[in-house]
Write a protein that binds this ligand. Structure first.
Ligand code: FES
Ligand SMILES: [Fe+2]
Length: 355
């Protein structure tokens, strides 16, 4: 991690973000989370609903994610046994002759669960979501095989800068090397809160190119808010679709300086399951190597508000403009000041003592 960081760090954008995979939270299970610069508790109720509350009990501050127990649709604090119901209101105080005050409550976060994923919605002013994460068909069909490998790594970088990576097509051939050759075609669309980027590249993946003649990587890259992007990829041989692959990245802010980067992949059944499994793991290994190169850059870069962009890099400016959709008014005002200040601020953060 680079300590000489630009002092311009974006606020956390308002968006849906992944906090857990569905399979990793059984009914009755409780997990502590640390995202959005907050301590949170995630639990699954007895009826199977996933819930996210602020972590600290409103009574005397115990962390519900450490020792808390699911009771029906709510959670019981490990310290004095107060129960917080499905709306995060106090519903039970286990003292004799004492009722509970139902107006006492803790923070409850919006939760949505599909695509095998539990998402929660972050809004810097606590407003409810105005849009939903869509369902992706590949999560609901037996035609798809998931890779066992996933990419997961914490990076010191703001969510907006991580998401900018895919608008920066000039880095593909240099950072990602010969595997991405000539750009065959490219288009970019912004539709309200969604963004679609269609691109095709010449590609060479040694085994697949040799065995299946793969020579083109055609991707429709869809971004949903700043926390999720889905690449619909066709690997083609002489213009014919051979393999259909999905690369789904779900990055979650830990705080405004740091994020958890995560990617999963799926391949549509090709010939039979063992062959599909072999190919999806091969593609995923390559994808992990490439995302790791991005992560090296993310971990050490600074954010420049006034970069000297060439006209081929117009998509970066468009992307930055589009990102305004995901900030609260107060954050936008702060970001607008950056535009007026033409000096790039790269004041050093003092280095930590080295042992
Ligand atoms: S701190 Fe939670 S019940 Fe007392
Ligand atoms: Fe990249």
């Amino acid at each position: 991690m680079c300590l000489n960081r630009n002092i311009r760090i974006h606020p956390i954008p308002n968006s849906w973000y992944r906090v857990c995979f569905s399979k990793d939270l059984r009914p009755g299970e409780v997990k502590p989370l640390r995202y959005f610069n907050k301590d949170l508790v995630l639990f699954r109720t007895e009826s199977g609903e996933a819930r996210v509350f602020d972590a600290h009990c409103r009574h005397l501050g115990a962390h519900l994610g450490h020792g808390g127990k699911v009771t029906g649709e709510g959670i019981q604090c490990p310290y004095h046994g107060w129960i917080w119901d499905k709306e995060a209101h106090c519903s039970h105080v286990p003292y004799p002759h004492t009722g509970c005050n139902p107006t006492v409550k803790i923070g409850k976060w919006p939760v949505s669960e599909h695509n095998g994923t539990i998402y929660t919605y972050y809004d810097s002013e606590g407003h409810p979501p105005t849009w939903e994460m869509p369902k992706f068909p590949e999560f609901y069909s037996g035609e798809w095989v998931s890779a066992i490998q996933i990419y997961k790594r914490d990076v010191t970088c703001s969510i907006q800068e991580i998401a900018e990576n895919n608008s920066d097509t000039a880095h593909f051939s240099h950072l990602h090397g010969a595997r991405f050759g000539k750009v065959l075609h490219e288009s970019l669309e912004f539709d309200g809160l969604n963004r679609t980027h269609i691109a095709a590249y010449e590609i060479e993946i040694p085994i697949l190119s040799k065995l299946l003649g793969i020579d083109e990587f055609h991707t429709t890259y869809q971004q949903y808010g700043l926390g999720c992007n889905r690449n619909i990829v066709f690997l083609k041989a002489k213009g014919k679709k051979v393999l259909e692959w999905r690369l789904i990245c779900m990055h979650t802010p830990i705080d405004k300086h740091n994020a958890e980067a995560l990617c999963i992949t799926k391949l549509k059944k090709f010939i039979n399951i063992p062959i599909t499994r072999f190919i999806v793991e091969l593609l995923t290994k390559k994808a992990c190597e490439e995302v790791d190169k991005d992560a090296m850059v993310w971990d050490n870069k600074v954010y420049l508000e006034h970069p000297p962009l060439y006209k081929e890099e117009h998509s970066i400016s468009q992307f930055r403009e589009w990102c305004q959709n995901f900030y609260s008014e107060v954050d936008k005002q702060e970001l607008a000041k950056w535009k007026l200040d033409k000096t790039e601020q790269t004041r050093a953060i003092p280095a930590l003592p080295r042992s």
